[in-house]
Ligand binder design. Sequence first.
Ligand code: ADP
Ligand code: ADP
Length: 232
Amino acid sequence: MIKLSHIEKTYEGPDGPVPALKGIDLTIEKGEIYGIIGLSGAGKSTLIRCINMLERPTSGKVIVDGQDLTEMDAAQLREARKNIGMIFQHFNLLSSATVYDNVAFPLRLAKMPEDKIREKVEPLLALVSLSDKANQYPSQLSGGQKQRVGIARALASEPKVLLSDEATSALDPQTTKAILQLIRDINKKLGLTVVIITHEMQVIKDICDKVAVIENGVIVEQGPVLDVFVTP
Ligand code: ADP
Ligand code: ADP
């Protein structure tokens, strides 16, 4: 479902070039929950942002669902991105919009008619157990509820891939477990491929099928979680 070939990313920093990714090769199969773990500054965020081209790799190829995103123009990329939902550490919700309108937002951008939007948003709110919060604002919600809005919004365009950028890092352990369980349920129910970046080993152990360990822009180990992290 996702194939990264020889991805390099070098930022132009104030003191010269900063190599953030130094030749990443990674294949993620359909339906997998794939974790990418590493310390702060290792390149995790850059890597996940290359998968949906929020960050353009300096070189290398990004293939998602058979399409090479690095070859696309802006319009093609906008279309291809509908296939890739993303959730964030700080949720990135619109604070002046209701739960319903946050989830509807990507569909309104895509100019979907309001009746169609309603047909999509209502089941999504039910999926994340927020039907009774549709008219509330993000400030009225707990962290876990906000992230469930983030998940529903990410699923609105019916993506095949869900990217999670430290989505549970701002949540307490109990809420983290509930969100991870929800992500796993969605993975099973919808057959969605999930990529999770985290600095927390527990997240990988709780939910991921496979893991890659990234250090200084290089993958130093990858494979099934049980092979990479041998628990004594
Ligand atoms: P992580 O997500 O693992 O903390 P990042 O991908 O954010 O790592 O960062 C990898 C490296 O790239 C770090 O050295 C960071 O300082 C650098 N970096 C990230 N974004 C930028 C940027 N926009 N400009 C310059 N350097 C950056
Ligand atoms: P508009 O087209 O002006 O948004 P709607 O009747 O579709 O009018 O929605 C008015 C407001 O009610 C929306 O902004 C949204 O916050 C809320 N809303 C719309 N549909 C639902 C729904 N099915 N469940 C809960 N709230 C809804």
